[in-house]
Structure formats: structure tokens, C-alpha cells
Ligand binder design. Structure first.
Ligand code: B12
Length: 422
């Protein structure tokens, strides 16, 4: 039977209008919608000063029916400030996030009047030039994904074949220390899907999408998490828009959704984490940022302030853990210690205890960020974005999926900070 014989006229119209947009989407049902309230509260009550938080919250709030005028105005002002203060030091991904947020907040006039897409194209070009010269971008492929997503959604100029080349599937683009970065892959899929929708039938673009989707599907864990809990929301977005590349049985979306909902109380207390997961839970993706109406109606600001677990141990019973510092790059430095800390302590507390014992070997510095404290130096050895090095966090030789102020240590753990390349 031909498609047109069994589809109703309306169905046929929809089918012929949106064949490339067919999506497999599961979203939180109306009975469970209140499970999202903690995420929304965390976001609207955020007063974090880090530039990448406000744009991502605005992007997430676009998909929330209720309006939070006061909070939205505050975040929009922060985004405008980011744009005004933008200079050579502003990363391309940060600028792309700001543009996506302006789009979400219906501020397209600002984008046009100040020719912001052109500016983003220039920042993106600087990334490409750096790749041509040194083999890696100024920032990371995650940020390149944000750049292309914003340029494409805002109808900027790009070469489809160059984009296909840029996002070709090679380990150095999508892996950190032999581990596939699901977040990076997901952003690339969203960006490539936008490009594909606007320039259909470019084989290389589709091949990239197909391979990345396979790699993302490979990262589905038995409980439905994709990568780890913090990459799952963006991976869901990528899978929503690419269902023609995989079979129904390849992904149990409902299981993933259920697991994420169950993790809301403990895993998404940071505004940044909440903002990245919320769109997918509502069946939305960043490709929807340009859809929908741009009217606003007044809302209210919920006053319940979210609490982030502080880095102070909860109990008095002590546990013993091993901790070592390794310079994996020069291999000239390796120092280990066993410390005793109260049960419920964080990685950070172990580092502090080791530092008290031997400042030369275990002294460290951090810089605060939207994800908490980021370890910048240990034993006087500074990580450097210029050299593309970082202090990687591990336990029992496995990289952690949380920062030092979030990972709770257990008895017998073998913690490590390892200077590595990214
Ligand atoms: C690229 C990236 C990195 C790069 C950053 C390099 C660079 N100069 O750009 C590198 C490889 C160094 C890195 C390191 C780590 N990362 Co990382 N990273 C990302 C990624 C994919 C994109 C970030 C980004 O570019 N955002 C866009 C730009 C415009 O925003 P930005 O504010 O400028 O971004 C900065 C911060 O995100 C910061 N940063 C990156 N990762 C982390 C992790 C922590 C804990 C902190 C405090 C800050 C931080 O570096 C970015 C550039 O300056 C995100 C994915 C995501 N979903 O956000 C994960 C992500 C933020 N990272 C994560 C983790 C766990 C880590 C590590 C702890 C991994 C490890 N086992 O060592 C380490 C940090 C260790 C430390 N020293 O404290 C988690 C955080 C989860 C959480 N609850 O804390 C994420 C969400 C990935 C994931 N799904 O697990 N990361």
C-alpha cells in the first residue's frame, strides 16, 4: 500500500512537510511534570557570576511554559553584558551560547543590529585557522559544536563541505584520554543535523551523523544513562533528532528519561547542570530554539533557594584513602600518601588533608567555575590551556565524572590527580 493511500489528508500534509524532521521523542508526562520543579527553581534562583551560566539558563527556560520575568530579565542582562564585554579573550563557544540565548529570549534585533553572527563567524574562523596551523582548535570541539549550531540556526555563512570535514570522526576530536566525550559528540550531532536540514543530501554530513549516533548509542549504560548522568540530557537531544539513523530497539528512551528523573534531587543541584538537562526532559532540543512564539506573559519567581551540598564532611567516623599526584606528561613527578578523613568527605577534603601533611608535594590551587572548583595546579605544576594540559581526576584508575567538590570518597579509594593532555 502506498503511503498516500493510508494517511489522512492532514497526516499526509504533515508527512510531506516534515519528512526530514521525524523525531523519536519521549518527554516527561503531565503527571510527572512537577518532578522538574527543582531544576527550574535551581535555575531561576541562580545568581552565579560565571558567564556561561546565564545563556544556558535562558536557553532552557525557553521551553518552560511558565514565565519567570524577573529572573529572565536578570539573565538577559548578564548575556547582554557578556556581549558588550566580548573581546579577543572571549571563547567562541561562550559567544555562541550568548547568541543562542538572545535567540531564545527573542532578541533577534540585537543580533541583527550589532551584526553578531558575523562576529561569531570570525571567532569560528579563528578556531579553524588554529586547526589548520596547529592541528587543534583554540578551544575544544564541544565549543566548535556550539559555534556551528548557532551560525546554522541564525542563517550565517558556512561551507557545508568544510563543516563535514571539521566534524569527521577522529579520536583527537571526540576523545579525552581514550574516553569518548558524549557531550562533544552530542553537540556535533545537533550542529550537523541543523546543517543537514538546511542543505539536505550532503553525504559526508550524514555519514558523520551516522557514526556519531552509533558512538553515542554505544555509551548507553544498563540503567539508561548515556555516557554519564551529566551528558545524558544532551545525548538525548542528539538522539531525538536522529531517529532515522537507528532502530527502535537501539534505545529505550523511556528508561533513560526515568533514570534522569530519579537523579534530579542529587545530581542536578548546580544551575549549569539543571540547564543542560532540562530541555531534553521536555522533549525539546537546541534545534527548537528558533521555533515558537516570542510573546511573554508575566510570571513569578519561586523563592525556594536550592542547596548545594557543601564540601564539609557529614560524619565523624574516619576512613582511610590513598591519594597520589602524578605528572603523566614529563613522568618526573609521582608522590603518594594515605590520609584519614571523616566518612562522607569529598575529594577536595582529601587534597586539603594531604596538603596539610606535605605542602610541597600536595599543595594545590583551584579556580571557581560554574561546575565548582577546577583544579589548576598541584605540587607547583600548573595545568595550561595553552599547552592543552589539565589535572585529570581519577579513582581506582577510572576518570571521574564529577569535580573535586562533588565526588564523595569511600573507604579504600585510590584517588589520583594526573597531569594529562586533552
Ligand atoms: C571541554 C571540557 C573539558 C576540558 C576543558 C578544556 C578547555 N580549556 O576547554 C577538559 C578536558 C580540561 C575538562 C576537564 C574536566 N572535566 Co570537563 N567538560 C568539558 C565539556 C565537554 C565542555 C565544556 C565547555 O567547553 N563548555 C562551553 C564553554 C563556553 O563554557 P565555559 O564555562 O568556558 O567552560 C569551561 C568549564 O566547563 C571548565 N570545565 C570543563 N570541565 C570541567 C569540570 C569541572 C569539574 C569544572 C569545575 C570545570 C570544568 O572548562 C571549560 C573551559 O574553560 C563539558 C561538557 C558539558 N556538558 O558542559 C565537560 C564537563 C563540564 N566536564 C566534566 C568533568 C567531570 C571534568 C573532569 C573532572 C574530568 C576528570 N575526570 O578529570 C575534569 C576537571 C578536573 C579538574 N582539573 O578540576 C563534567 C562535569 C560534571 C560535574 N558534575 O562536575 C562535564 C559536564 C562532562 C561530563 N558529562 O561528565 N573538561
Amino acid at each position: 500500500m502506498r503511503v498516500s493511500q493510508w494517511l489522512s489528508p492532514v497526516g499526509f500534509l504533515l508527512f510531506s512537510l516534515f519528512p526530514a524532521h521525524l523525531c523519536k521523542i519521549c518527554e516527561v508526562n503531565s503527571k510527572e511534570k512537577d518532578k522538574l520543579d527543582p531544576l527550574i527553581n535551581t535555575m531561576v534562583n541562580s545568581n552565579e557570576p560565571y558567564p556561561s551560566v546565564a545563556p544556558q539558563i535562558l536557553m532552557a527556560l525557553k521551553f518552560v511554559k511558565q514565565h519567570y520575568s524577573k529572573a529572565e530579565t536578570t539573565f538577559l542582562n548578564q548575556v547582554k553584558l557578556n556581549i558588550m564585554q566580548c573581546d579577543g579573550a572571549t571563547s567562541s563557544g561562550q559567544f555562541a551560547l550568548d547568541l543562542l540565548a538572545l535567540t531564545a529570549a527573542c532578541q533577534t534585533c540585537i543580533i541583527k543590529d550589532y551584526k553578531l553572527v558575523k562576529k561569531l563567524e570570525q571567532k569560528f574562523q579563528a578556531e579553524v585557522d588554529n586547526i589548520d596551523k596547529y592541528g587543534h582548535p583554540l578551544t575544544t570541539y564541544y565549543q566548535l559544536g556550539l559555534d556551528v549550531l548557532a551560525i546554522c540556526l541564525l542563517n550565517g555563512t558556512y561551507s557545508t563541505s568544510k563543516i563535514a570535514d571539521l566534524f569527521s570522526v577522529e579520536p583527537k576530536k571526540y576523545y579525552y584520554n581514550n574516553q569518548f566525550s558524549v557531550d562533544t559528540g552530542a553537540l556535533a550531532v545537533l550542529a550537523l543535523t541543523c546543517v543537514d536540514r538546511k542543505n539536505p543530501d550532503v553525504e559526508e554530513i550524514r555519514n558523520n551523523i551516522e557514526m556519531l549516533v552509533k558512538m553515542i548509542l554505544n555509551e548507553i549504560k544498563p540503567d539508561g544513562t548515556i555516557g554519564n548522568i551529566y551528558s545524558t540530557g544532551q545525548a538525548m537531544q542528539a538522539l531525538f533528532v536522529t531517529s532515522k539513523y537507528y532502530k527502535e530497539e537501539d534505545w529505550n528512551c523511556t528508561k533513560t528519561l526515568k533514570t534522569v528523573l530519579n537523579h534530579i534531587p542529587q545530581a542536578f543541584q548546580r544551575p549549569i547542570a539543571a540547564s543542560q538537562v532540562l530541555p531534553a526532559l521536555q522533549g525539546k532540543t537546541y534545534l527548537d530554539l528558533t521555533h515558537g512564539t516570542c510573546q511573554s506573559s508575566p510570571g513569578y519567581l519561586n523563592n525556594s533557594i536550592p542547596t548545594i551540598t557543601e564540601s564539609t564532611p557529614q560524619s565523624h567516623q574516619n576512613i582511610s584513602v590513598k591519594y597520589q599526584v602524578v605528572d603523566f606528561i614529563t613522568k618526573h613527578f609521582k608522590k603518594s600518601i594515605e590520609v584519614s578523613v571523616p566518612e562522607g568527605s569529598f575529594f577536595l577534603n582529601v587534597m586539603e588533608k594531604a596538603q596539610e601533611e606535605d605542602r610541597k608535594a600536595f599543595g594545590f590551587t583551584t579556580k571557581s567555575s560554574e561546575w565548582g572548583p577546577y583544579v589548576t595546579s598541584v605540587a607547583g605544576i600548573e595545568a595550561s590551556s595553552k599547552d592543552r594540559t589539565y589535572w585529570q581526576l581519577l579513582n581506582n584508575d577510572q576518570p571521574l565524572s564529577q569535580g573535586v567538590a562533588e565526588f564523595v570518597v569511600s573507604k579504600g579509594d585510590k584517588l589520583e590527580v594526573r597531569l594529562s593532555y586533552y
